[in-house]
Design a protein around this ligand. Structure first.
Ligand code: CP3
Length: 340
């Protein structure tokens, strides 16, 4: 197996810089569209053979150094008992938003093997096929809670912040339940064969540092401390839009900090202490002309040379409009410039 990615996560010396992209399996690939044309996104997430196929597509096409399980962070929220829908062009919708203690009490902490067997099955199938490491993942409790409380995506997160500020006990009860679910879910993924785990905190950046410390970070710390008791797989914590929160994020307990593009990677590396880093080119920079894209990648690799470990990635998910050829240029450039 090519374990370059795992070595970089652990801060061991590597022959070259490993690369994968957040959302590397998805709509920018015609191969994915071909499968999605026949089945809804939620159904797709529950079909292990198809999830396996979709996970493998970008590995086969571009030669990424790690695969990420094809699923969605919100699958586990559906398993807690909150009905989930994906609406074409609008994204996820929870038609029954969680905004009362009674609604919180109704949520269950599910056995992940019973409620999400398709995820564990996908992991097992993938481990038979893959020659690069497999990353499992979850959302961070706060990010998951925003979808449940808002009923879907949001711009200002009024309902979420209002619950945190005005009804902190209810907020804590909800977050604690999500934390317990997520902890068990990630443990089950590790047992099924996931070789690294990433926690996506996509909305971390909406908080002031003092509130991030109260309303988001403790739940991530709790999950990671549970995981440390049962597995030594590398753990990546990605706090999106978190350049003002880097010192706080370092206390999450992860091995690797995911960085968005708003910080210079060299500056961030000075702030992360004993962590490896993952990132951090602007996903839209994949639209740069070839020579400029390559130059930007070269500079990023140089800026990251003092990292304890560096995994090249985008600063957030690849956008569906990205021409696949541009992704190829980027992956090849990372490999070439870093000495593969
Ligand atoms: O390749 C991979 O990265 C693995 C699969 C993956 C998906 N979602 C597939 C997906 C992963 C790791 C996720 C994580 C996820 N899901 C996050 C965290 C990362 C981030 O982007 O911040 C979040 C916030 C979600 C919730 C979610 N799922 C939203 C808001 C949406 C709608 C917006 C969008 O991008 O379409 C989704 C849908 C989704 N998740 C798609 C895919 C491939 C598109 C579904 C389709 O085919 O129509």
């Amino acid at each position: 197996m090519n374990d370059t990615f795992l070595k970089a996560c652990r801060g061991e010396k590597t022959d070259y810089t490993p690369v994968w992209f957040m959302r590397q399996a998805g709509r920018y690939l015609p191969e994915y569209q071909a499968i999605r044309g026949k089945i809804s996104f939620l159904e797709l997430c529950k079909r292990p053979e198809l999830c396996t196929e979709v996970t493998l597509q970008p590995i086969d096409i571009f030669g990424f150094d790690a695969a990420i399980l094809f699923s969605d962070i919100l699958i586990a929220m559906e398993a807690m008992g909150s009905p989930l829908e994906f609406h074409e062009g609008r994204g996820p919708v929870f038609p029954e938003p969680i905004r009362s203690q009674a609604a919180v009490d109704k949520l269950i902490v599910p056995d992940p093997n019973e409620t999400m067997p398709f995820v564990m099955e996908t992991i097992k199938l993938l481990r038979k096929e893959l020659k690069v490491p497999l990353i499992g993942f979850s959302g961070a409790p706060f990010t998951l809670a925003t979808y449940l409380i808002e009923g879907g995506s949001s711009k200002v997160f009024l309902n979420t912040k209002r619950m945190a500020f005005q009804e902190p006990e209810m907020y804590h009860a909800l977050l604690s339940k999500i934390t317990e679910c997520t902890s068990l879910y990630l443990q089950a993924q590790a047992r099924a064969g996931a070789q690294a785990l990433q926690i996506f905190d996509s909305w971390a950046g909406i908080w002031a540092p003092c509130d991030f410390e109260r309303f988001a970070l403790p739940y991530v710390q709790s999950i990671i401390s549970d995981l440390r008791k049962m597995t030594d797989v590398p753990i990546i914590y990605f706090a999106n839009n978190g350049s003002t929160l880097i010192e706080h994020s370092c206390t999450a307990g992860a091995d690797v900090l995911g960085l968005d593009w708003r910080s210079n990677i060299g500056d961030a590396i000075k702030r992360v202490g004993n962590h490896a880093v993952q990132g951090n080119i602007d996903p839209i920079a994949l639209f740069l002309p070839k020579a400029e894209l390559e130059q930007r990648i070269k500079t990023l690799l140089e800026d990251a040379k003092d990292a304890k470990g560096h995994i090249f990635n985008l600063g957030h998910g690849i956008v569906p409009q990205t021409p696949p050829d541009q992704a190829r240029i980027a992956v090849d450039a990372v490999h070439r410039f870093s000495g593969r």
